[in-house]
Design a protein. Structure first.
Ligand code: SF4
Length: 582
């Protein structure tokens, strides 16, 4: 089975702009609630995520509780009528206008022609909020038509101006316009269908002709997604219209060899990813040779076991760098600590949506108790192992575990801007890198010799750097997937381009450190063998930049493989040098 994802699938410019505006507002709103006039976009999953950030949709102003005078209300991408805008102003509300500029252009055309006494014919769905808003600009001289058969029923008109809802079906629009031209030869016609809609529909038509079946992803309340599904069916392709991956029925897809996937303008990439992920997983069922290996790898990435193995590999690399005998106990402690912290923090942080939308969501929801129990048990075993290593490593591990748990915990009372460490901008990437580096690089020499050397510093810097780069790259991918991540991440704090520059600089500094560390006598020559994971990270930069269409869990696994390469590479160094610590 092969899957082809439409290039035009996902957020259009107007929706992305509206979501970005709202997220920017959410970051600075403090404890205030922000309201949107109707759901911000026609995607229930994104609306739910936004609710978690205090962005509440209201259909009527009466829904807003009393005592919220002066609150902010956001006009969504569809826009509203001038009459509605006036009543919002009269209520003294602070209005943030996220109306898509392309919708704004249609409103301006209608307004201009309405004052010149034209009758405005709007081709679109009378129930759609965009059409409702457009109608308001016609000041009582607007009529909505939805079908060629409506045209003969129109009254005799002198001056006619025609516009279309921006997400109207191109073919349907053309049929209606043909009828209008016959009836009103002097009509002034504006093709106001958005180019993003046109491209999306054209691609769906050609994909539907090429593929055996089509999956159209998007909210059931999204008119443009409904049109895509209808278009695909019109081409004769069996079409599955799904809101999320959970709506897919594996049995029904089995018989198709080539499946095309497209999505509406308000469908975030993470939902599309999960649909593709789901179909890809079914694909491996029919490829027995790679089936078990690939599934095992995906399962390990999904459950954070791959991270834990990676952390163990970094502990091995660190011990080799520091001329320490490899102690499996420290490798185990590092792996268990990392596993426990990642899992527990995800559950503590779930209210703010750290799990929702991620490829881990299904698994975490279905096996919540198992995850929590396994994470707590891992932490207890790690602490127990630390206890048997001596009082200093135990104390160190206890402090690190407490700090790890406190990361998401609200420490200050409500009203404070930064109530937990997590609230500090950029804290996630820095604290994660610090915790990994502290356990993998500092714990072994503390336990063995109670001293820290220059080699400890180099190990710490290497692990901090590589974990920081991986974590920030993963956040960049999340942004590309339209996940609603927050200011605790570097890319949201300083922007994608600055983050990429920072990561390039960090990897260059890592490279210089690794090249200089052995000649300067700081570490063993294992430092040279840590250059491959840094080069691998550079390859990951390129892969992430090109957005290769790989599903989230695969990209995460590819990034985490940098740790495994570090462990394997230094192990090869050990086999070559045979303990001479050359
Ligand atoms: S479909 Fe086009 S007009 Fe409508 S919100 Fe998106 S970019 Fe704007």
């Amino acid at each position: 089975m092969s899957i082809k994802l439409a290039e035009t699938a996902g957020f259009c410019m107007g929706v992305r702009r509206a979501v970005d505006m709202v997220l920017e507002l959410a970051q600075h709103k403090g404890r205030k609630t922000i309201y949107t006039y109707g759901p911000l976009i026609h995607n229930p999953q994104t609306v739910e995520l936004l609710k978690g950030r205090g962005i509440i949709p209201v259909a009527h102003l009466e829904e807003i509780p009393p005592g919220e005078a002066g609150f902010t209300i956001i006009i969504r991408a569809h826009g509203i009528s001038p009459q509605e805008r006036r009543s919002l102003k009269e209520k003294g509300l602070k209005i943030i206008d996220a109306t898509c500029p392309k919708v704004g252009r249609v409103q301006a055309i209608i307004k201009k022609h309405a004052v010149q006494d034209f009758t405005i014919l709007i081709i679109g769905d009378a129930q759609h909020p965009e059409v409702n808003g457009l109608l308001g600009y016609a000041y009582g001289k607007g009529l909505v038509i939805n079908h060629p058969a409506d045209v003969p029923h129109l009254p005799a008109l002198d001056k006619v101006c025609v516009v279309a809802q921006t997400t109207q079906s191109v073919d349907e629009y053309q049929h209606i316009v043909d009828e209008i031209r016959k009836r009103y030869p002097d009509a002034v016609i504006f093709d106001t269908i958005c180019d993003s809609t046109e491209k999306r529909q054209t691609e769906v038509k050609s994909l539907a002709e090429e593929m055996d079946a089509m999956i159209i992803v998007g909210g059931k309340n999204s008119a443009n997604t409904q049109r895509l599904a209808a278009l695909s069916e019109l081409q004769g392709a069996p079409t599955f219209y799904v809101e999320t991956a959970n709506d897919l029925v594996a049995e029904k897809l089995k018989t198709f060899k080539k499946i095309g996937v497209s999505a509406g303008a308000s469908t975030p990439n993470w939902i599309i990813d999960r649909v593709v992920d789901n179909v890809t997983t079914q694909q491996t069922e029919h490829a027995p040779k790679i089936k078990y290996l690939f599934k095992l790898w995906i399962w390990m990435v999904r459950t954070d076991l791959y991270s834990a193995v990676g952390a163990g590999c970094l502990a091995v690399a660190s011990m080799f760098l520091q001329r320490l005998e490899i102690q499996p106990l420290y490798v185990l402690i590092t792996a268990l600590y990392v596993y426990a912290m990642h899992t527990l923090n995800r559950f503590i942080n779930r209210q703010t949506g750290s799990i929702i939308g991620s490829f881990r969501e299904d698994s975490y929801r279905r096996h919540e108790k198992t995850y929590i129990r396994t994470a707590v048990l891992s932490l207890i075993i790690a602490l127990g192992a630390g206890f048997f290593s001596g009082p200093v490593p135990f104390l160190f591990l206890l402090i690190m575990s407490t700090l790890g748990i406190l990361y998401n915990t609200k420490l200050l009372p409500a009203g404070w801007r930064f109530r937990s460490v997590k609230d500090l901008p950029g804290s996630k990437n820095v604290s994660m890198a610090f915790a990994w580096a502290a356990i993998a690089a500092v714990l072994p020499p503390l336990a063995e010799e109670l001293t820290l050397t220059a080699a400890t510093g180099v190990s710490f810097a290497f692990i901090f750097g590589i974990v920081f780069i991986r974590s920030a790259l993963s956040d960049i991918l999340d942004i590309q997937s339209d996940k609603l991540i927050g200011r605790e991440t570097i890319p949201v704090l300083i922007g994608k381009t600055h983050t990429q520059n920072l990561l390039h600089l960090a990897s260059l500094m890592l490279l210089l450190l690794l090249v200089a560390a052995f000649p300067l006598g700081w570490t063993t020559s294992a430092s040279f063998f840590l250059i491959p994971p840094v080069i691998y990270i550079w390859i990951c930069f390129q892969v992430c930049d090109r957005k290769p269409g790989l599903i989230g869990v695969v990209m995460e696994g590819i990034l985490e493989t940098a740790y495994i390469i570090a462990g394997l590479s230094t192990w090869i160094w050990f086999l070559i040098s045979r303990g001479t610590w050359a």
